[in-house]
Design a protein. Structure first.
Length: 193
């Protein structure tokens, strides 16, 4: 991406996250976001087709950095997953007002965005052999079982995040205790000593 376009995108992302922290995403307008970013409306449309899409892209960009760190981490899978899980929770707490409000009804775009992110991470870890899905279902191809497992884990994780954020004193330790208790046995969640 050329530097000018990168700067515009970065300004739009920053404006989107700042305004979405204060206002429901559904209330944001292209004019408002472009103005806050100091760009023209046409520049907005070079990066997103709606305020919702821009907010999701800004959050996804931050989450993708964390995913890349996980994929580069050569520690055992459980240690790497534990580190990135805590990093994702810190990301959520940085944007806590936004996530708390937009996940509250369970039907918003952020639920789907987070689910896609977690599903993609699980699929990548399975494809790269970092996780062994030691589960078979009679008469079901392994690829379908893997797809179901990735979707199950992703949507369950978002559900736990939603429940965790409903408590005003959401602490990372509280999330991690519940999460560890509910994770399936095939998911790496006990780092090597």
């Amino acid at each position: 991406m050329d530097p000018r376009k990168q700067r515009s995108r970065d300004r739009l992302y920053a404006a989107a996250l700042e305004l979405a922290a204060e206002h429901p995403i559904a209330d944001l307008t292209v004019t408002q976001l472009a103005g806050a970013a100091g760009v023209h409306r046409s520049t907005f449309y070079e990066h997103a087709d709606s305020p919702q899409a821009l907010v999701e892209a800004a959050l996804t960009a931050e989450l993708d950095v964390l995913r890349e760190e996980l994929l580069k981490d050569r520690a055992d899978a459980a240690t790497a997953v534990a580190k990135v899980t805590e990093a994702v929770l810190r990301h959520i707490l940085i944007h806590v007002d936004l996530y708390r409000r937009e996940l509250a009804d369970g039907a918003g775009g952020l639920h789907a965005m987070l689910s896609r992110h977690f599903r993609g991470t699980t699929e990548t870890l399975l494809e790269r052999g970092r996780i062994d899905l030691d589960v078979t279902v009679e008469g079901m191809p392994p690829a379908r079982v893997a797809d179901a497992a990735a979707r199950f884990l992703a949507d369950g994780t978002v559900g736990i995040i939603d429940g965790w954020l409903r408590h005003p004193s959401a602490r990372v330790e509280d999330f991690l205790r519940v999460y560890a208790a509910l994770l399936p046995s095939w998911w790496p969640h006990s780092p090597a000593a």
